[in-house]
Design a protein around this ligand. Structure first.
Ligand code: HEM
Length: 500
């Protein structure tokens, strides 16, 4: 009993000393912010884990109170100032690391995405990025169109049988099938299912919903992976779907490494990456599979959500839809035309719709801190010591009213108005992040957006079915933006298949 008491008193003294240090002597003690956040990460835990993805809104409030720079945890600083973004998310000329704590939760060890140091990152990314250059993505337009035609069949059947169709599941099915085929060389077959194989998608979304818990307890990933599959299937079918999907992909990676490739036609990204050009010390099957899985996760929900947001706003705004359809006729004389991405990019209004779509869909909701290991950053009259994780949230830049007036309105024209005045709003398009760690799959996302939206608008009239703003609203940050309920479901009825 006495032992327990001593332990208790010891603990209280330890916490008290640590709190005093963090409040008054820590290198970040002069950065404004609530005392509780300076003392404990429990502050973030409460808003993100207990309340469920709400820390971003708390940060917004704190910025209102304390100004553009705040200390959000004992060790981390957050800035809300669009003009400072490039300082944090800087090019490779300035050394930037990722925050180890932030990447640990993804279980993508040794991938480019999870690399901490710029040296590791550059070495790993160089084997990935050549597959996502503009030219490389243009070369797989046929693959995007193959899947668009499958989705088109779903829409036509839904029209014929007066069936409600779930656009979010359809678009996620498309982006998932494209990225699986391109990266691993097989058809994941989501678009071959009537329900778009939503089980696997639910698995990825379940992982997203778990993102904050995994941030605080990354060990759970290891525990989850250690469970026998049969038990996992009983405990949680979504996590089971995700874990078994990753294992299947690992098996395929091992086969590529043993050179058991299909040898038929075009080689997949993973086949190339498992080939002789990959240095010996980077050829571990788990590492390579983590690289591939990062592309699968990165390439599915993000782009699908952007497509869903575009569809929702286009269906809500008849004038935007009509104007876009008129513009599309120039390169799509018939609804069945398949213009190239390059042709579509030349269309100013479609380009404005794509930019506005990306802006309102946010992309990644969660902050992704960078660390300047050997450079103290200066923000106004504050010096942020070298080695401090520091972030901006993309959402705050994309909805900054100084840059994007009336930021919550879907207004593609804002891009045309700005261009006419010689303003470069694209400087603030931080959807894909910026600098050396900018999204590697950006060109694929653009190509999918241009091709899918053009076809969608040129070929169909649809009406929203039991879907409103609240179904797509960003109210919770679970890695990607989530509404209060569900994953952003948008259901529609196809009311017309356009024939001329
Ligand atoms: C609209 C669609 C997309 C958005 C908004 C988006 C957003 C982002 C963002 C913000 C980052 C930086 C993450 C960080 O700082 O931690 C990132 C990185 C990444 N994204 Fe995307 N992404 C999209 C599409 C894709 C696609 C289609 C792929 C497929 C390959 C992809 C794969 C990746 C990978 C592998 C990384 C890590 C890059 C690196 O660290 O070198 N993303 N993405």
């Amino acid at each position: 009993m006495a032992g327990l008491l001593t332990l208790g008193i010891g603990l209280v003294i330890y916490i008290a000393i640590k709190s005093i240090y963090r409040l008054y002597f820590h290198p970040l003690s002069k950065i404004p912010g609530p005392k509780l956040a300076a003392i404990t990460s429990g502050y973030e835990f409460y808003f993100n884990v207990i309340k469920g993805g709400m820390f971003i809104w708390e940060m917004e409030q704190l910025h209102e109170i304390y100004g553009p720079i705040i200390r959000i945890t004992p060790h981390e600083v957050h800035i809300k100032d669009s003009s400072y973004y490039d300082e944090i998310y800087a090019s490779s000329k300035r050394r930037r690391e990722k925050s180890a704590k932030l990447v640990a939760r993804f279980d993508l060890k040794d991938s480019g995405f999870s690399s901490i140091s710029p040296e590791d990152h550059r070495k790993r990314r160089s084997h990935v990025e050549k597959h996502f250059s503009k030219q490389a993505v243009s070369n797989i337009e046929y693959l995007i169109y193959e899947n668009i035609e499958k989705l088109d069949n779903h829409f036509k059947r839904a029209f014929e049988f007066h069936k409600v169709i779930s656009l979010d599941a359809g678009f996620a099915g498309l982006t998932s099938d494209v990225i699986h085929k391109y990266v691993y060389g097989f058809n994941s077959g989501n678009l071959d299912h009537d329900d778009f194989n939503t089980n696997v998608r639910d698995g990825i979304n379940a992982l997203f919903k778990f993102t904050h818990v995994l941030f605080f307890f990354p060990i759970l990933q290891t525990i989850m992976n250690a469970f026998p599959l049969w038990l996992l299937e009983k405990l949680n079918p979504f996590v089971y779907a995700l874990v078994s999907q990753k294992m299947d992909l690992l098996h395929r990676t091992e086969e590529f490494l043993q050179n058991k490739s299909s040898n038929s036609g075009t080689r997949s990204v993973m086949e190339v990456m498992c080939g002789p050009s990959m240095p010996e010390d980077m050829r571990g099957a788990v590492r390579l599979n983590n690289e591939g899985f990062a592309m699968i996760i990165g390439g599915t929900e993000t782009t699908a959500r952007s497509l869903v947001m575009a569809a929702f706003h286009l269906l809500e705004n008849e004038s935007i839809r009509t104007r876009l359809r008129e513009e599309l006729r120039a390169v799509m004389p018939t609804p069945e035309s398949q213009p190239t991405w390059r042709q579509l990019e030349q269309l100013p209004y479609l380009s404005a719709v794509v930019w506005e779509t990306l802006r309102v869909s946010t992309g990644i909701a969660n902050r992704s801190a960078r660390v300047a290991p050997d450079e103290a950053l200066v923000y106004k009259n504050h010096t942020i010591p070298a080695g401090t994780p520091i972030s901006e949230s993309n959402y705050f830049v994309l909805t900054d009213p100084e840059i994007f007036p009336d930021p919550h309105t879907f207004d593609p024209d804002r891009w045309l108005r700005a261009a006419a005045k010689g303003q470069h709003l694209d400087k603030y398009m931080v959807n894909f992040s910026k600098g050396s760690r900018i999204c590697v799959g950006m060109n694929l996302a653009y190509a999918e957006l241009f091709l899918v939206l053009a076809t969608f608008v040129r070929r169909f009239d649809m009406e929203l079915f039991e879907t409103s703003e609240k179904d797509i609203a960003f109210t919770r940050d679970f890695g990607t933006p989530h509404p209060d309920e569900g994953y952003g479901h948008v259901r529609v009825m196809v009311t017309k298949v356009i024939e001329e």
